[in-house]
Design a protein around this ligand. Sequence first.
Ligand code: ZN
Length: 221
Amino acid sequence: MTNSPETILSTTLETDLLTQQLRREDALLRGHFRLSSGLHSDTYVQCARFLRRPELAAPAAAALAAQIRAAGLAPDAVVGPAMGGVVIGYELARQLGIPGLFTERDAEGLMTLRRGFTIAPGEKIIIADDVVTTGKSTLEVAAVLRALGAEVLAVASLIDRTGGAGGLDFPHFALLPVAAATFAPESCPLCAAGVPVVKPGSRPHPNPSLLDSQNPAGEGL
Ligand code: ZN
């Protein structure tokens, strides 16, 4: 493993490297953003822009897999909520050598396991997502899995935006904590300071429609 691209780096270097990579891919922006919710924020996260590059996604997932192994966990499968959990869930499953599934919302918005995916009672599952913010979708996936008799071992995410307040009753492995502040426009200190507000994805880009059409709010914002 020493010279492979999936080498596990030291935690500090790994975090610094991941931060650099996220910034280079415009997946982690700091500034003054107007979110689709109407709130303003100092941070914009769009992991899909990072995960589109397999050469970046693979070592990131390898680092998560290493955390899972180091904790002595032996999962039977990885399950991620669509869309954010699909790519990282697949790559994490590949790294762990186990199946990778995903849940998705039905017409009523309920998280479900479809497409003929099955989970057997007693199976041990790692939930995967790109970003965990409130922990809401993570808990929805956990509820689906537990209803099938599975055991949720942990959630693994690239980015932890919970600020330690995820409300999860299982461990959370993450590579990078990201603090993000959101403000009502009328009480936004960035507005008060005269910083121009931008809509995420609206800056000059080779494919400017991409961010707007996929997830205008960014993950969890
Ligand atoms: Zn503002």
